[in-house]
Design a protein. Structure first.
Length: 104
């Protein structure tokens, strides 16, 4: 829909918006179908490697939606970015721990 922009200036607390939980950004305003229900906005399909290393398409997902006020609190849209998950493997961490023990 739109590129990530500073949310504070664009959204009122009562606006209904879609949120990308991975990047903690607002994707856009909620669109409505002719029967009065909100339209589901699907995620972009990502290929995820399975246990055998083959690529599989991820399960069909939709962006969550709600008022900007509630999405800001739930997904930390406005404010500090979330901490990233550690990406080092156990082997890399053990090598460093053996070379530099923390108690020295």
């Amino acid at each position: 829909m739109t590129d990530p922009q500073p949310q504070t200036a664009l959204w009122n607390p009562d606006d209904l918006v879609y949120v990308d939980p991975d990047t903690s950004t607002v994707v856009g305003r909620v669109e409505w179908s002719p029967n009065g229900n909100p339209k589901p906005l699907p995620y972009v399909a990502k290929e995820v490697p399975d246990a055998k290393g083959e690529k599989r398409r991820s399960w069909r997902k939709f962006y969550p939606w709600g008022s900007y006020r509630s999405m800001k609190n739930v997904f930390k849209v406005d404010g500090k970015p979330r901490k990233k998950e550690p990406t080092k493997t156990l082997e890399e961490v053990i090598e460093v721990a053996l070379k530099e023990p923390y108690w020295d």
